[in-house]
Design a protein around this ligand. Structure first.
Ligand SMILES: Nc1ncnc2c1ncn2[C@@H]1O[C@H](COP(=O)(O)OP(=O)(O)OP(=O)(O)O)[C@@H](O)[C@H]1O
Ligand SMILES: [Mg+2]
Length: 260
């Protein structure tokens, strides 16, 4: 199956069930190549499930997910697609450098990548420290570094900046921008709306549906807001008001839905 050369990811009619939850019934969208696409939405709306579907680790009940011209999860994609999960997935009793060397060997990335990615995530000074001795923000940067090994064409990053201070967040966004400038496609989820403004494209989800597929400017223009938090809340409220199955009676209820 070939997708449009303009798209890194094409999702058609995606149906995913997790346990008793129908997470998606029929989801359609594209992710353009070479851009940074932000995936935003209240907790539980399906961001992680969508990312898992893109990297091919999610069992799907129907529909198709095409990634870099092949069905999601094929062996050929393992080196071309990197996934940084929401929970850190590195070894606590190994040092940063040992973790990176280990994962570089597994994916066949050049050994020289190890020092490069450690520098890029700003952990040069801690390379010989065990992961267990790092702060939460440092630990999450180690798994981000793992995702950057081997220069993947598509990076799927699930809340990579959670728990990081604004300076570090800005530095990591410079790294993402650099990767995208070098041709990589990045899909990144976040709860921090100022990060939405750093993306090229934005997919806003609520309750397993895409409620906006837009750009940062489009989000602000469409809602008439200057603040991304207010813009997002306004879209959520609009969607809540329009959904037949659930009509919150108060603005507070809508805010709660938006995870405020
Ligand atoms: N293993 C599971 N069994 C049953 N339901 C699940 C399972 N994993 C996730 N879900 C449900 O699927 C829905 C989507 O979850 P998902 O983790 O994709 O949300 P999310 O948008 O990533 O949330 P967050 O912002 O909190 O990370 C939620 O309703 C969640 O409760
Ligand atoms: Mg999640």
């Amino acid at each position: 199956m070939n997708n449009s050369p303009a798209n890194a990811v094409e999702v058609r009619g995606l149906h995913v069930r997790r346990g008793r939850t129908e997470v998606f019934t029929s989801l359609d969208f594209d992710i353009p190549r070479g851009q940074i696409t932000g995936l935003m939405g209240p907790s539980g709306c399906g961001k992680t499930t969508l990312m898992r579907s893109i990297v091919g680790v999610q069992k799907v009940a129907g529909g198709t997910v095409t990634v870099l011209d092949d069905p999601a999860g094929t062996a050929a994609q393992r080196r071309r697609v990197a996934y940084d999960t929401q929970a850190a997935s590195v070894y606590g009793d190994l040092t940063i450098e040992q973790n990176l060397r280990y994962f570089a060997r597994i994916i066949g990335a050049p050994r020289s990548d190890v020092a490069r990615v450690i520098e890029e995530v700003g952990l040069g000074g801690q390379a010989r420290q065990t992961v267990d001795s790092l702060s939460g923000g440092q630990e999450s940067r180690v798994s981000l570094a793992v995702a950057m090994l081997g220069s993947p064409q598509l990076l799927v990053l699930d809340e990579p900046t959670v728990g990081l201070d604004p300076v570090l967040r800005a530095e990591l966004w410079d790294v993402f921008r650099g990767l995208s400038g070098a041709g990589a496609t990045i899909v990144v989820s976040s709860h921090v709306m100022d990060e939405a403004l750093r993306c090229d494209r934005l997919i806003l989800m609520r309750a397993g549906r895409i409620i906006a597929d837009t750009t940062p400017q489009g989000l602000l223009t469409d809602t008439g807001q200057s603040d991304p938090d207010a813009a997002f809340l306004s879209l959520i409220e609009r969607d809540v008001a329009g959904s037949a199955d659930h009509r919150p009676s108060t603005r507070r209820e809508a805010r709660e839905e938006a995870g405020e």
